[in-house]
Design a protein around this ligand. Structure first.
Ligand SMILES: [Zn+2]
Length: 449
């Protein structure tokens, strides 16, 4: 299998790069502004839905109003069509040339290398693409992205590595900055790797190394289903595995409660309260990050010779547009886990459509998802919900069709469903104070897909 591995390392620096970053930000924002003004907004009708509790009264009312709806679990999904403006981001070569010429006019007044302009263009597209995705998922408003964090992305034409030293061009043929690499702890790990890109910040440098390998060792596949308390896997040779991520949940709850206490003093002492809240948020983010780094390191070590298959969590949001606070926090953590894992192992993302609802044995959608199990009405399989999802993800990752034959070929038996591994440390009555209903994630994905 052909692989592109990537690793990122940070080094601190004490150079004064304030000016270069400020100018980079300025050109980056100019690029975004320019592209934004040239976006073509196309009006389109889209189908959307909202949910209301399932009651006789609601059903009756909806029937009277002649609305389209579907009952599922304890909820009613009410469908409607709305007009939306879909952005078409201009990206023709002609347009990009125009943009480049426009930016060069400004950039030429500085003495910095013109390669920074190309990097800014690439980064601006990347930012707008990610804004667009969030906008289409109704997460962002129709508002132009503005650059807040201070960084500059630096292409490989602006630096070189020689004799264990990184040399970065600031002003061509005049100003170079040198960073020693061979005394860094990670040097041995990246010696024969290629330095692909650098992200320059005020006090640190993030180095992105890549390596192309033909890796015959990696042929095993593991599919992962993300849940609030656990990451549920199904893999070659090992079968079902369960990894607890309950610590993340615990962190969020702890800080949620701390914030609530402080919010009470918001009226009396708003200034101090705001300062404390900000501090708490930062500490929460740090704790989450630390856990995720540690967790992904363990996963990467334990399953280093596996291809890790996940649902594409950006698309996931399209199928399961839960407005629930908790779920959004989880989704955010899951994305981060996948993102970090990508630096450590080979990750493949698959379409999340119907991964919960589909019977992993016969492929039928004629299933009932209830109380943590999936029951297939066609082939009578009864299986743990998370296990079913992880098998589906695993099979999608392998590019295999869902069929009885494949089940048998893979050595899956009816018993696999009754493994009934309890979620690590997760009690059935673990109910979040943020979400008193406690039925997080019970809605089958793909229900409205
Ligand atoms: Zn079935």
């Amino acid at each position: 299998m052909h692989l592109k591995k990537a690793r990122a390392y940070k080094i601190k620096h004490s150079y004064n790069v304030k000016d270069s970053i400020t100018r980079y930000q300025w050109i980056l924002q100019l690029a975004i502004d320019y592209i934004w003004e040239n976006i073509d907004w196309v009006e389109k009708k889209v189908r959307n839905y909202y949910t209301i509790p399932k009651t006789m009264k609601n059903v009756k009312l909806l029937k009277q109003q002649g609305k389209k709806f579907k009952v599922y679990g304890k909820k009613i999904y009410v469908y409607y069509t709305a007009k939306r403006l879909i952005p078409k981001i201009p990206r023709s070569p002609k347009f990009v040339k125009e943009l480049r010429d426009y930016l060069q006019v400004f950039w030429k007044q500085t003495s910095y290398a013109s390669h920074y302009v190309d990097s800014a263009i690439r980064t601006s597209y990347w930012i707008l693409e990610s804004w667009r995705e969030n906008y289409l998922n109704s997460k962002f408003k129709r508002r132009k992205p503005t650059i807040k964090s201070r960084f500059a992305r630096i292409k490989n034409s602006l630096f070189r590595v020689r004799d264990g030293e990184l040399i970065l061009t600031i002003v061509p043929r005049q100003i170079y900055q040198k960073f020693k690499l061979d005394d860094k702890w990670f040097y041995d790990r990246i010696k024969d790797w290629k330095l692909g890109e650098i992200i320059l910040k005020d006090k640190e440098l993030i180095l992105m190394f890549t390596k192309e390998t033909e890796d015959e060792n990696i042929s095993k596949v593991i599919g992962w289903d993300m849940n609030m308390f656990t990451m549920d896997g199904y893999g070659d040779e090992i079968g079902a595995v369960k990894k607890s991520i309950k610590e993340l949940y615990r962190i969020h709850i702890t800080y949620h409660n701390k914030r609530r206490k402080i919010q009470k003093m918001l009226k009396k002492n708003p200034k101090q309260a705001k300062r404390l809240l900000k501090k708490l948020s930062k500490r929460e983010r740090d704790k989450v990050r630390d856990f995720i780094y540690k967790f992904t390191t363990e996963i990467a070590r334990e399953f280093q010779d596996y291809v890790h298959v996940f649902e594409d969590l950006n698309k996931e949001a399209m199928y399961n547009r839960s407005k629930k606070h908790n779920r959004n926090i989880s989704l955010h953590d899951w994305r981060k886990i996948v993102e970090v894992l990508k630096y450590k192992v080979k990750v493949v993302e698959v379409d999340p459509k119907f991964t919960t609802k589909t019977c992993s044995r016969c492929g039928s959608l004629n299933t009932v998802v209830k109380n943590g199990t999936v029951k297939c009405l066609d082939c009578n399989l009864e299986i743990d919900r998370q296990l079913n999802a992880s098998i589906n993800i695993y099979l999608k990752g392998k590019g295999l069709k869902l069929s009885h034959e494949n089940w048998v070929k893979l050595g899956l038996t009816e018993d696999v469903g009754s493994l009934g591994v309890p979620p690590n440390g997760a009690e059935p009555d673990d109910v979040s104070p943020m979400n008193p209903e406690g039925n997080e994630g019970d809605v089958a994905q793909g229900e409205v897909g």
